[in-house]
Write a protein that binds this ligand. Sequence first.
Ligand code: GLU
Length: 429
Amino acid sequence: MVKVRFAPSPTGYLHIGGARTALFNWMYAAAQGGKFVLRIEDTDRIRSKSEYVDEILESMKWLGLTWDEIYYQSDRFDLYRKYAQNLLDAGKAYKEGDAVILKMPQQEVVIYDLIRGKITFDTATIKDQVLMKSDGSPTYSFACVLDDALMDITCVVRGEDHISNTPKQMIIYEALGFKIPKFAHLPLIMGEDGSRLSKRTGAVAVTDYQQEGFLPEALVNYLMLLGWSPGNNQEIIKLAAAVKKFSIKKVNKAAAVFSMEKLKWLNGQYIKSMETDALTELLMPFLKEKGYIKGDFDGQKLKNIVHLFQGRLSTLKDFLEWADFVFVDHLTIDEDAQQKHLAQDRSKEFTLLHERFSLVYPFNASTLEKAFRDVVSELGLKASDLVHPVRVALTGRAVGPGLFETIDVLGKEKTIKRLSEAFMKQEAE
Ligand code: GLU
């Protein structure tokens, strides 16, 4: 029976690296019909914070990485003391002050890592290891080994940065007389500039991605590609399908590169493939927070707006920028767009459009298009002469979806008002 664990220290938020480790453990357990244990390594009483614990649990749930068992090391101090005493009694450890220290035997240690293959260590360079600190708390390695053994963990899957801990921990297993589990060390995650993942290159909390409007399914999909691939150049794959193909032995040795651009692309793909109704639901908290939606609102109209921009969003938050012109009363016009498309006097054209658009009934994309084309031909212009100026006057920017669909979702009242503002402004200049 496969049993794996994710063992975060609640001294910080769950970030990309931790979430990737959690995911690979979770997938390994799911692929093997095994169990996934969450172990909160909160032995450091000063640096561990309960808000970090809450945040880690929330992030795990948000990502869909549910656990079969959960433990807190702070509940297990008696156990660590008991086993430390056993080692003292057996003469394998000694006391220095109140600290308990393991005598390091001089021997070679070999790990058969499921990802990296055979790794040989010479423990001659490893000093005697502190197991219990003088304040009565266990060291990371001692608590980790004891728990992995007592919780029947069959394989330790963790980041490559822990490789140097593994030989020390194997010696602790041997001293305690426990069976040594398998090990699989996941490749490092680097920023695109080749440096270690930092805040600047994406190593921010999972909750930050949530707040930016990434979908958990997309983030999980992206995380699984950091060191693993489903094959056939496939990139978009749901968790359930990935589990069917996942093997820990197929994880890459080489460092994985975190690309924000790729994550955004993937997120955009997930957004695009959603039902518009469901997407609208997800956008609600963002719209409310921004103050774009208060009290009652026209649900169908909102869905139409969402539908119009659905294919252009990389994140949920992007919607606020794309569609702001629909929600705000006072439009801010992009300066470049103003220079480029509103420098020429179009007051005559805007006046005529204002008149015709006021009469259009019903007010929709096809009736608007007809009125627009009539105006254009009466004035002896080309449609392209007016499309951009009108778009900028109504939306504040030079790019966007189809003009008539855009005007449709903007609605009659704001359209008319903005056209009159535009010609009055131009006449005044
Ligand atoms: N608490 C350790 C960490 O967060 C766990 C390392 C391990 O998985 O053994 O890095």
